[in-house]
Ligand binder design. Sequence first.
Ligand SMILES: Nc1ncnc2c1ncn2[C@@H]1O[C@H](COP(=O)(O)OP(=O)(O)O)[C@@H](O)[C@H]1O
Ligand SMILES: [Mg+2]
Length: 157
Amino acid sequence: MILNLNSQSPEQTKSIGNKIGSLLKGNELILLSGDLGMGKTLITKGIAEGIGISENEIVSPTFTLQNRYSSDKKTYLCHFDMYRIGDSMTDQSGLISPEIDEELGENIIIVEWAQYLHESYFRVPDVIKIEITIPNDNLNERSIVIDTIFKPILTNL
Ligand SMILES: Nc1ncnc2c1ncn2[C@@H]1O[C@H](COP(=O)(O)OP(=O)(O)O)[C@@H](O)[C@H]1O
Ligand SMILES: [Mg+2]
Protein backbone atom coordinates (compact mmCIF):
# COMPACT_ATOMS: atom_id res chain seq x y z
CA MET A 1 0.00 0.00 0.00
CA ILE A 2 1.18 3.50 -0.79
CA LEU A 3 1.13 6.48 1.56
CA ASN A 4 1.81 9.87 -0.01
CA LEU A 5 3.20 12.39 2.45
CA ASN A 6 4.44 15.89 1.92
CA SER A 7 7.01 17.75 3.97
CA GLN A 8 7.45 21.52 3.90
CA SER A 9 10.63 21.69 6.01
CA PRO A 10 13.62 19.70 7.29
CA GLU A 11 11.96 19.65 10.74
CA GLN A 12 8.80 18.13 9.30
CA THR A 13 10.78 15.40 7.53
CA LYS A 14 12.54 14.60 10.77
CA SER A 15 9.30 14.41 12.70
CA ILE A 16 7.82 12.04 10.09
CA GLY A 17 10.91 9.90 10.69
CA ASN A 18 10.40 10.12 14.43
CA LYS A 19 6.83 8.83 14.09
CA ILE A 20 7.99 5.97 11.86
CA GLY A 21 10.71 5.06 14.37
CA SER A 22 8.24 4.96 17.24
CA LEU A 23 6.15 2.37 15.33
CA LEU A 24 9.02 -0.06 14.74
CA LYS A 25 9.42 -3.18 16.86
CA GLY A 26 12.62 -4.69 15.47
CA ASN A 27 13.26 -6.85 12.41
CA GLU A 28 12.20 -4.20 9.92
CA LEU A 29 14.06 -3.18 6.80
CA ILE A 30 13.72 0.43 5.71
CA LEU A 31 14.80 1.18 2.14
CA LEU A 32 15.42 4.86 1.46
CA SER A 33 15.64 5.92 -2.17
CA GLY A 34 16.28 9.40 -3.49
CA ASP A 35 19.09 11.50 -4.89
CA LEU A 36 21.74 13.44 -3.02
CA GLY A 37 20.30 16.00 -0.61
CA MET A 38 16.74 14.64 -0.60
CA GLY A 39 16.74 14.00 3.16
CA LYS A 40 17.60 10.32 3.54
CA THR A 41 20.04 10.97 6.37
CA LEU A 42 17.69 13.51 7.94
CA ILE A 43 14.73 11.14 8.03
CA THR A 44 17.11 8.48 9.42
CA LYS A 45 17.93 10.83 12.31
CA GLY A 46 14.21 11.17 12.99
CA ILE A 47 13.71 7.40 12.85
CA ALA A 48 16.66 6.96 15.23
CA GLU A 49 15.11 9.39 17.72
CA GLY A 50 11.84 7.52 17.48
CA ILE A 51 13.55 4.31 18.54
CA GLY A 52 15.44 5.98 21.37
CA ILE A 53 18.80 6.88 19.81
CA SER A 54 20.00 10.46 19.97
CA GLU A 55 20.00 12.00 16.50
CA ASN A 56 23.42 13.48 17.23
CA GLU A 57 24.89 10.00 17.22
CA ILE A 58 23.82 9.40 13.65
CA VAL A 59 26.46 10.14 11.05
CA SER A 60 26.14 9.36 7.39
CA PRO A 61 27.76 5.99 6.59
CA THR A 62 28.74 7.10 3.08
CA PHE A 63 32.39 6.21 3.66
CA THR A 64 32.07 3.44 6.22
CA LEU A 65 29.23 1.67 4.35
CA GLN A 66 27.68 0.61 7.66
CA ASN A 67 27.16 2.12 11.13
CA ARG A 68 25.59 0.33 14.06
CA TYR A 69 23.87 1.90 17.07
CA SER A 70 22.27 0.26 20.07
CA SER A 71 18.86 1.50 21.17
CA ASP A 72 16.56 1.45 24.18
CA LYS A 73 14.46 -1.18 22.48
CA LYS A 74 17.39 -3.61 22.79
CA THR A 75 17.64 -3.89 19.07
CA TYR A 76 20.44 -2.45 17.02
CA LEU A 77 19.93 0.15 14.37
CA CYS A 78 22.11 -0.74 11.39
CA HIS A 79 22.51 2.12 8.97
CA PHE A 80 23.85 1.29 5.51
CA ASP A 81 24.67 3.56 2.60
CA MET A 82 24.90 2.04 -0.87
CA TYR A 83 26.19 5.19 -2.55
CA ARG A 84 29.75 3.95 -3.03
CA ILE A 85 28.52 0.58 -4.23
CA GLY A 86 26.65 2.32 -7.03
CA ASP A 87 24.66 0.22 -9.43
CA SER A 88 27.48 -2.29 -9.85
CA MET A 89 25.53 -4.74 -7.67
CA THR A 90 22.13 -4.56 -9.21
CA ASP A 91 22.51 -7.45 -11.63
CA GLN A 92 24.04 -10.03 -9.29
CA SER A 93 23.22 -11.33 -5.82
CA GLY A 94 25.81 -8.96 -4.43
CA LEU A 95 28.73 -8.71 -2.04
CA ILE A 96 26.87 -6.54 0.38
CA SER A 97 23.91 -8.89 0.70
CA PRO A 98 25.30 -11.26 3.35
CA GLU A 99 26.06 -8.29 5.60
CA ILE A 100 22.49 -7.09 5.48
CA ASP A 101 21.16 -10.64 5.87
CA GLU A 102 23.29 -11.05 8.98
CA GLU A 103 21.76 -7.97 10.57
CA LEU A 104 18.17 -8.98 9.88
CA GLY A 105 16.66 -10.79 12.83
CA GLU A 106 15.91 -8.48 15.71
CA ASN A 107 17.52 -5.43 14.30
CA ILE A 108 16.22 -2.41 12.48
CA ILE A 109 18.00 -1.79 9.21
CA ILE A 110 17.98 1.43 7.28
CA VAL A 111 19.55 1.55 3.83
CA GLU A 112 20.27 4.84 2.08
CA TRP A 113 20.53 4.75 -1.74
CA ALA A 114 18.41 1.60 -1.70
CA GLN A 115 17.82 2.06 -5.42
CA TYR A 116 21.24 0.39 -5.75
CA LEU A 117 20.25 -2.64 -3.70
CA HIS A 118 19.50 -6.02 -5.25
CA GLU A 119 15.78 -6.46 -5.80
CA SER A 120 15.61 -9.59 -3.60
CA TYR A 121 15.59 -7.23 -0.59
CA PHE A 122 12.33 -5.76 -1.69
CA ARG A 123 10.63 -9.04 -0.75
CA VAL A 124 11.66 -9.20 2.93
CA PRO A 125 8.40 -9.37 5.02
CA ASP A 126 8.57 -6.15 7.03
CA VAL A 127 10.05 -3.93 4.39
CA ILE A 128 9.21 -0.24 4.35
CA LYS A 129 10.17 1.51 1.12
CA ILE A 130 10.48 5.26 1.28
CA GLU A 131 11.21 7.40 -1.75
CA ILE A 132 11.99 11.09 -1.33
CA THR A 133 11.87 13.60 -4.18
CA ILE A 134 11.41 17.34 -4.68
CA PRO A 135 7.92 17.68 -6.14
CA ASN A 136 7.58 21.28 -7.36
CA ASP A 137 10.98 22.95 -7.69
CA ASN A 138 10.57 24.21 -4.12
CA LEU A 139 13.89 23.31 -2.49
CA ASN A 140 12.33 23.09 0.98
CA GLU A 141 9.53 20.76 -0.01
CA ARG A 142 9.73 16.97 -0.24
CA SER A 143 7.39 14.31 -1.50
CA ILE A 144 7.74 11.25 0.75
CA VAL A 145 6.16 8.15 -0.73
CA ILE A 146 5.96 5.15 1.59
CA ASP A 147 5.25 1.73 0.13
CA THR A 148 4.70 -1.01 2.70
CA ILE A 149 2.32 -3.60 4.04
CA PHE A 150 3.71 -3.14 7.58
CA LYS A 151 0.46 -2.65 9.57
CA PRO A 152 1.64 -0.28 12.32
CA ILE A 153 2.75 2.23 9.69
CA LEU A 154 -0.40 1.86 7.59
CA THR A 155 -2.73 2.34 10.53
CA ASN A 156 -0.87 4.98 12.53
CA LEU A 157 1.09 7.23 10.22
N1 LIG B 1 11.47 19.35 3.54
C1 LIG B 1 12.74 18.92 3.66
N2 LIG B 1 12.98 17.65 4.06
C2 LIG B 1 14.23 17.17 4.18
N3 LIG B 1 15.35 17.89 3.93
C3 LIG B 1 15.18 19.17 3.54
C4 LIG B 1 13.88 19.72 3.37
N4 LIG B 1 14.04 21.01 2.96
C5 LIG B 1 15.35 21.23 2.87
N5 LIG B 1 16.07 20.14 3.22
C6 LIG B 1 17.55 20.04 3.26
O1 LIG B 1 17.97 18.98 2.43
C7 LIG B 1 19.16 18.40 2.97
C8 LIG B 1 18.99 16.88 3.13
O2 LIG B 1 20.24 16.33 3.46
P1 LIG B 1 20.48 14.80 3.76
O3 LIG B 1 19.49 14.32 4.75
O4 LIG B 1 21.92 14.66 4.10
O5 LIG B 1 20.17 14.15 2.33
P2 LIG B 1 20.60 12.72 1.75
O6 LIG B 1 20.99 11.83 2.88
O7 LIG B 1 19.38 12.26 1.01
O8 LIG B 1 21.74 12.99 0.80
C9 LIG B 1 19.43 19.06 4.29
O9 LIG B 1 20.41 20.08 4.10
C10 LIG B 1 18.07 19.69 4.65
O10 LIG B 1 18.20 20.85 5.44
MG1 LIG C 1 22.71 10.63 3.22
